[in-house]
Write a protein that binds this ligand. Structure first.
Ligand SMILES: [Ca+2]
Ligand SMILES: [Ca+2]
Length: 62
């Protein structure tokens, strides 16, 4: 499991310790709104975009 420097789970945007559709929904909203939050940059390339959505889907909590 990837962990952010702050101790949170990377990709867990709503802080419930799982990566699921709710987090994807938050990420999609951020992409749509052009919100460039560091927390939402799951693949750490400096942008919040569709690549992060893809990353999130690949890292869904089983
Ligand atoms: Ca979550
Ligand atoms: Ca990114």
């Amino acid at each position: 499991m990837p962990w952010a420097a702050g101790g949170g789970l990377v990709g867990d945007l709503d802080g419930d310790d799982t990566i699921d559709l709710r987090d994807l929904r938050l990420l999609m909203a951020a992409i749509r709104n052009g919100t460039n939050l560091e927390d939402y940059d799951c693949n750490a390339d400096g942008k919040v975009d569709a690549a992060d959505a893809r990353w999130l889907i690949l890292h869904f909590t089983p």
